[in-house]
Each structure stands twice: as structure tokens, then as C-alpha cells.
Design a protein around this ligand. Structure first.
Ligand SMILES: NC(=O)c1ccc[n+]([C@@H]2O[C@H](COP(=O)([O-])OP(=O)(O)OC[C@H]3O[C@@H](n4cnc5c(N)ncnc54)[C@H](OP(=O)(O)O)[C@@H]3O)[C@@H](O)[C@H]2O)c1
Length: 257
């Protein structure tokens, strides 16, 4: 085990599975302890059992609710006695054509992906001031900039573009506190991200994507994203990686259509 992040404590939102769990595992492998946030306690309990209760604490909260975030972050800070960083990873998408998206789907994506990042960052900033190497990471998506990623993700991609714009101002604002801010922009990886998607709407999205997409790539392992986050968090005080884009680079052996 490397001791690169020894004793440091990081909050990972969306830490119960997918990228969040991979990020948490990578940080713990390098000496850190992690506070995991997601809405369902059962998923968090499973993640903590995988990582080990000495190194992880799971607290249920909805990142789209500032009061819920505040209570959860205080519990984590009190439990470990410190906070060194926040990884804003919780996010979701509901693909559909613009005219067919219902209000709840639009609001859920904006509330979770964009406002969740805003609220978690707001609550974390004062807690991070006493760390020697404080960090905030925001997880964007390649779909915010690469139009061949997937179709019918207009709201999702827009929330991620908003996250990136927010990250730029955040980085400048907290420089005086020595807080390093990094935006990480991953491409596709296989997770539970598409669970619960409306398959009929998805069929339309894939058909439309066929016209703009050049190829279907293979997707990355979640561990690659975990390691990218760990790398950004491991920079020395006074240095911050501004933006890190990581995308798969392998073509599928057969077309998915
Ligand atoms: N997978 C990809 O290909 C891909 C590519 C680029 C970017 N991303 C981004 O990477 C991040 C993680 O995605 P993933 O693929 O790991 O998805 P995932 O497997 O669906 O995991 C999402 C996590 O976020 C949590 N979550 C969702 N809404 C939440 C809320 N309102 N409050 C607190 N936690 C919430 C989920 O737990 P609960 O459901 O229990 O709340 C879960 O832990 C997202 O921001 C996503 O946009 C993913």
C-alpha cells in the first residue's frame, strides 16, 4: 500500500458504486480514509464492507439538498476529525428527446449534477481551510464537449458544461485558501449509470447517435477514473491540475447496431 495520501480524509459523493466506489478504493489504497455519500444507505453499507470500516464511513444524503449535505458532511468530519478534500462525483442522466423530457427528469438532472456540485462545494470550503493540502474535484463528462458521445443527453451534457464553468470560478475563488480545484472529464465506462433508463427512449437515442457517432468505443474500467482522481489529489500544495480528460481509446470489435 502506498502512503501518498496517508491520514488524509476525502468525501466522495456517489461513493456507493461505479466511479465513486472505484475512486474511494484508489484513495484508500494510497493511505486515505473516505466518507461516502449516496441516497441509499444499503448501497453505502455494501461499499463500506468492501473497503473496510476502519477506512470508510457511509452517510446517506441527497446532494441536491443543501441541508442534507450539511448534516452528512459534519458527521463525516466529526467521525474522522478532519477533511482534506471533496470529490463531487454523484450524478445521473435520463436520456430523451428535448420535447419528450418531463419536468421531473429535467429538474432531477439539474438538481443532482449541477446544484449537487454547488451545494457540496459550498459546505466543504470552510471545512477544508484547516487542511495542509485541501482539494475539490468535480466530475464532468466527455459528453459536455464531444458530440459523438451519445445522443439525447441534452440536459445531462448541459449540467456537466455548467459544472465545468462553475469549476473555473471556484478554482479562482479558493486559491487564496490554498484549495486546489480540478475538473475531471471522463468518457464512457461500464457502470450502473444506465440502470432504469427508458429503453424505448434509449433506442431512439442510439439510432440518432449512429448518425453523429464515428465508432462505438469499448469503455474504460472504472479503476482508471479512480486513479485519475487519486493523481489529481496527490499533487503537492501550490499545484493543481486544472482539467483532466480521460477517454477510452479502443474500438469495439463489432458494431452494436
Ligand atoms: N459511466 C460513465 O460512462 C460516465 C462517463 C462520464 C461521466 N460520468 C459521471 O460519473 C459520475 C458517476 O457515474 P457512474 O457511472 O458511477 O454512475 P452510477 O454507477 O449510477 O453511480 C452514481 C452514484 O451517484 C449516487 N447518486 C445519484 N444521485 C444522487 C443524489 N441525488 N445524491 C447523492 N448521491 C446520488 C448513486 O447512489 P444512489 O442512487 O444511492 O443515490 C451512486 O452512488 C456521474 O457524475 C456521471 O455523470 C459517468
Amino acid at each position: 500500500m502506498s502512503t501518498e495520501l496517508e491520514n488524509n480524509v476525502y468525501i466522495v459523493t456517489g461513493g456507493s458504486r461505479g466511479f465513486g466506489l472505484a475512486i474511494a478504493k484508489s484513495l484508500v489504497e494510497h493511505g486515505a480514509r473516505v466518507g461516502l455519500i449516496s441516497r441509499n444507505q444499503s448501497g453505502l453499507d455494501q461499499a463500506v464492507a468492501e473497503i473496510g470500516a476502519d477506512h470508510a464511513l457511509g452517510v446517506a444524503a441527497d446532494v441536491g439538498s443543501r441541508s442534507s449535505v450539511s448534516i452528512a458532511f459534519e458527521k463525516i468530519q466529526t467521525h474522522f476529525g478532519r477533511l482534506d478534500g471533496l470529490v463531487n462525483n454523484a450524478g445521473l442522466a435520463t436520456p430523451n428527446k428535448v420535447e419528450n423530457l418531463v419536468e421531473e427528469e429535467v429538474m432531477l438532472q439539474v438538481q443532482t449534477n449541477f446544484l449537487g456540485t454547488v451545494f457540496c462545494s459550498q459546505v466543504a470550503i470552510p471545512m477544508l481551510r484547516s487542511s495542509e493540502n485541501p482539494r475539490i474535484i468535480t466530475i464532468s463528462s466527455a459528453s459536455a464537449w464531444h458530440y459523438d458521445e451519445m445522443s439525447h443527453l441534452s440536459i445531462y451534457a448541459s449540467t456537466k458544461a455548467a459544472v465545468e464553468r462553475f469549476t473555473r470560478d471556484l478554482r479562482l475563488e479558493v486559491q487564496a485558501d490554498g484549495i486546489g480545484v480540478t475538473c475531471i472529464r471522463p468518457g464512457g465506462a461500464w457502470t450502473n449509470f444506465s440502470d432504469g433508463w427508458d429503453t424505448q427512449a434509449l433506442e431512439g437515442a442510439l439510432a440518432a447517435w449512429k448518425d453523429v457517432g464515428r465508432h462505438m468505443d469499448m469503455g474504460m474500467e472504472v479503476a482508471q477514473v479512480g486513479d485519475a482522481v487519486r493523481y489529481a489529489l496527490s499533487q503537492p500544495p501550490g499545484v493543481a491540475i486544472d482539467l483532466l480528460e480521460i477517454r477510452p481509446n479502443a474500438l469495439a470489435s463489432k458494431s452494436m447496431f
